[in-house]
Ligand binder design. Structure first.
Ligand code: COA
Length: 314
């Protein structure tokens, strides 16, 4: 039986339409300077007619190509998304058909922690021998649930997708992972809708989310490294959920990881929820920063709250 789930391919996709901070400042009361200094975000990508499945398909095909495997050889597809294309069927089943796979496929909803939850779930399938080749995708069209008149949220979010292909391995791969949820924070960050002709929008208490994110993610990162017996100087890269540069740098400082070992891509795409970690990962794998054998720490938090980490030897 394979002990580890190893990442053998990564892929990502951003829709071509870009909305810059200056573009937003023409429609809402904000400035490029405010957005850049408070968040680190410079632009976000937005779908015009593409769906969550379309974005997922492009990211998935890139990851399959890097992995050198055919979609027909997949044993399972897990799609993390908070913006599924329909209430049902699962967007993952549409993705299965789009890429030409025939394995079981399901959606997983854990908002911005979705990729971490999906990766940890996939790891369990591999460890138990229930599956050997798994596609894990994070794909979001958050622009559909952003209130573009609300400056406190409109500047933060974007659309995109990222994917990894996992394969069973006897020697290396996912070393450790931790998941948490606490449902006491519904009012801090949510989308309310009643499914009857009503589209809900993101509502958030930014300040509260900020403080909780820094505290929970710092303790989480420390615990993950300690339980895996890995000191922070043995970590090659932290690949965090891309929400806000001030959250990322506060966590890095608390766990003593220098910023030159942190992958930051949010300036280019903003917060893409479940897509953000695989998007950042794929960027750094393809530009050569992340190399085979590197120790990587993924961590993220989202509404609920739900939060988690995955420590990987790449
Ligand atoms: N442009 C200009 N001013 C803005 C603005 C914008 N886009 N959004 C808010 N402001 C104003 C506020 O109205 C407030 O004005 P006031 O002082 O006159 O009342 C001021 O800026 C400060 O607002 P505040 O909310 O305290 O700013 P902040 O430093 O906390 O930054 C966030 C706001 C949203 C960037 C920050 O709280 C954040 O990133 N939180 C975490 C959000 C997140 O990551 N959520 C997803 C988790 S997965």
């Amino acid at each position: 039986m394979n002990k580890f789930a190893r990442i053998i391919g990564t892929g990502s996709y951003l829709p071509p339409t870009i909305v810059t901070n200056d573009d937003l400042s023409k429609t809402i009361d904000t400035t490029n300077e405010w957005i850049t200094t408070r968040t680190g975000i410079k632009q976000r990508h937005k779908v015009t007619d593409e769906t969550t499945c379309d974005l997922a398909e492009k990211a998935a095909n890139h990851a399959l190509e890097m992995a050198g495997i055919n979609a027909k050889d997949l044993d399972l597809i897990i799609l993390a998304t908070t913006t599924p294309d329909k209430v049902f069927p699962a967007t993952a089943t549409m993705l299965q058909t789009a890429i030409g796979a025939s394995c079981p496929a399901f959606d997983l909803q854990s908002v911005c922690a979705g990729f971490i939850f999906a990766l940890t779930t996939a790891q369990q399938y591999i460890k138990t021998g229930a599956a050997n080749k798994i596609l894990v995708v994070g794909s979001e069209t958050l622009s559909r649930i952003v209130n573009w008149k609300d400056r406190s949220t409109a500047v933060l979010f974007g659309d995109g997708a990222g994917a990894v292909v996992l394969s069973g391995s006897s020697d290396t791969g996912i070393l450790h992972s931790k998941l948490f949820s606490d449902g006491n924070y519904l009012s801090s960050l949510q989308v309310s809708n009643n499914y009857i002709n009503e589209v809900g929008f993101i509502k958030m208490s930014g300040n509260e989310v900020f403080k909780i994110a820094v505290n929970r993610l710092s303790s989480l990162a420390k615990e993950t490294l300690k339980e895996a017996n890995l000191s922070s100087d043995k970590l090659d890269w932290m690949v965090p959920h891309q929400a806000n540069i001030r959250i990322i740098s506060a966590v890095a400082k608390r766990i003593k990881i220098p910023m030159n070992k942190v992958i930051v891509t949010l300036e280019n795409h903003g917060n893409t929820s479940a897509a953000s970690i695989p998007l950042a990962l794929d960027t750094a794998v393809r530009d050569g920063r992340i190399k085979k054998g590197d120790n990587l720490l993924f961590e993220g938090i989202g509404a609920g709250f739900s939060w988690g980490s995955v420590l990987v030897q790449f």
